[in-house]
Design a protein around this ligand. Structure first.
Ligand code: ZN
Ligand code: ZN
Length: 323
């Protein structure tokens, strides 16, 4: 184990003068890596997927493998990275924590401690100065909002000059030896995210061609889709949709985002009560991630689940929907 995975420092690093608290400078090398992996490559892959699929390059085998990988990695983000590790919506044993951290890692959105640090900062400053990815950063007008949407979707990955300091935002995660090991193994998790679907495809097809097409659809295109689906919570669900609850930010409920993210598009209640294990708390707001947490609880794998308090939900409602 490397020295960087040792116990966290007792106190956060002092902020540099005139810099937001709890942040560190981003090196040029890291910005370049983010530009390639998080901004450019997913767009290139999605652009390539369209003509390939159009030419009947997407068969049933690869569609099934990609769909299963999509569900695993989205649940890893929603239940693992987001509700468990960032917001501590429930508790569970070490095996399930490790499985959820690995599943989230296969979304290829970064090590869990880094993801959670940025997200906790988002909640502290949501849609105000200090929020790493508010779509309202440049103003409310047409062009400013369009620029803000691009910033919230992917732009902030490569334009931010400062990133969240993990010692400040996630000392609890840094103190977890299992998570430190999984963080350190992140490159191997990324390799697994690509080679697992490819290997299944090769074995299923009984030919190398199955390996390569499953690598493309279940590994690469799936990761690009998962990224943009996840980031749409930061952009779309802070710009459009309906506000049902009183919050200090512009978070809103967007049904199609909730469908694609397996429950995360019910973003308004999430900002009203961030540690709640259920995001869709109103009638008709289907939240598959909360359903799965409930199954974990019934199986005895999850405990101390923070389910919504009906009185708090009722008290938080706005007098009328919309804005
Ligand atoms: Zn948000
Ligand atoms: Zn959150």
């Amino acid at each position: 184990m490397s020295a960087s995975t040792g116990p966290p420092a007792e106190s956060p690093a002092p902020p540099a003068p005139n810099s937001p608290p709890g942040t560190l400078p981003v090196t040029a090398g890291r910005r370049a890596a983010y530009l390639v992996v998080l901004v450019v490559l997913p767009v290139v892959l999605l652009a390539a997927a369209v003509p390939v699929a159009w030419g009947r390059g997407l068969g049933a085998r690869d569609a099934v493998i990609a769909a299963v990988m999509y569900v695993i990695s989205i649940f890893g983000i929603t239940i693992g990275y987001h509700r468990l590790f960032t917001h501590r919506s429930f508790k569970c044993g070490r095996p399930l924590r490790a499985v959820l951290a690995l599943a989230g890692g296969m979304a290829m959105e970064g090590p869990v401690s880094l993801w959670a640090a940025e997200h906790r900062r988002h909640h502290k400053y949501a849609d105000r100065p200090g929020d790493p990815h508010s779509p309202w950063r440049y103003g409310d007008g047409g062009t400013a909002l369009l620029r803000g949407l691009l910033h919230a979707q992917v732009g902030w990955f490569c334009t931010a000059r400062r990133r969240s300091d993990r010692r400040h935002w996630v000392p609890d995660l840094l103190a977890d030896r299992d998570l430190r090991r999984i963080d350190a193994a992140y490159p191997a998790v990324v390799a697994l995210a690509l080679l697992l679907p490819a290997t299944v495809g090769g074995l299923w097809a009984g030919a190398w061609s199955g390996f390569w097409t499953a690598l493309f659809w279940g590994g690469l295109v799936r990761y690009a889709v998962v990224h943009h689906v996840t980031w749409s919570v930061n952009s779309i669900a802070h710009t459009f949709g309906t506000q049902h609850f009183k919050t200090r930010d512009r978070s809103a409920d967007v049904r199609w985002v909730a469908f694609l993210t397996l429950g995360e598009g019910w973003h308004n209640w999430h900002h009203a009560d961030p540690s709640c294990a259920r995001h869709g708390v109103l009638p008709g707001q289907f939240d598959p991630s909360a359903r799965l947490i409930r199954l974990f609880e019934q199986a005895g794998w999850a405990r101390e689940v923070k389910w919504p308090d009906p009185r708090r939900v009722a008290a938080g409602r706005l007098p009328q929907d919309g804005r």
